[in-house]
Design a protein around this ligand. Sequence first.
Ligand code: XMP
Length: 323
Amino acid sequence: TWTMLNIVDEQVGRIREQIGEGRAICALSGGVDSAVAAAIVQRAIGDRLTCVYVDHGMMRLGETEQVRSDFEAVFDTLDVVDAGDQFLGALEGIHDPEEKRKIIGREFIRTFEAAEARVFGDASDATTAYLVQGTLYPDVVESGGGAGTSNIKSHHNVGGLPDDLQFELVEPLRTLFKDEVRMVGEQLGLPPTMVWRQPFPGPGLGIRIIGEVTRERLDILRQADAIARAELTAAGLDRDIWQFPVVLLADVRSVGVQGDGRTYGHPVVLRPVTSEDAMTADWARLPYDLLEKISTRITNEVREVNRVTVDITSKPPGTIEWE
Ligand code: XMP
């Protein structure tokens, strides 16, 4: 539409002014927000933009490979960083949700600083380093950045930023809502898989494991999550659902009977929601036969999980993610 084109033109002009002859790095998460932000900046400064995708070890099954193939088709420069050891090391022994978020935010920035040193080389001290982020209006509001709001959660790319940030931020989507970003993405000709991808939080599965994040727990959650997503897709409901988190209650155990014996395993929570902009949400009324299929498959195929529950809380009072 006319206004979306206007937004692109206006932002391209602004970014050219802000960055001048400089270079920028874009933090690609795999999601639509950072993809659209990067596409706008690529329009403005061409190959002086380097896109960096960080695999922090908390992505979903097959996600990094998917992102790599999708994004290499659109962006000229894509740097995939394997930072699982770094992030999971930093999260060892951490249980508190806000602490997890702050640590993840900090490690992201450290990773981008290292990427910047690689990309900018010797020039990195002399010039301003620009960091492009796909921050949306709701992220700003919910992290306490908007007028008269309080901090609900520190989004990894807003309230979770360290005080000694070495970058100047470029945030072309700061005034937009997700549906507007999707329209801009379509205007820019980005592929539908990118534009219509369901939101996934920057901290990834790290904030969907209630308790300490470990590799073993991530593996369990990854399997359960992959089953839930595959069945939602098979039912043809991807576009009807805003987002479908699966949460592992890693510190909780309950008794079950699987095969011919007693088990003492973990519950997972299915959290399908409908929403317009993630500021409010409603629990999605998924068909019973779909829920049944997901439950049966998860308890059959994921040995450590012996109970599947559904979260029927709206936002508010619940948030979409559990942490
Ligand atoms: P909540 O849980 O606050 O989530 O209802 C609202 C929306 O934001 C996503 N979310 C995040 N996205 N970094 C992100 O990029 C974050 O730190 C973060 N925390 C939550 C969440 O998945 C939902 O779409």
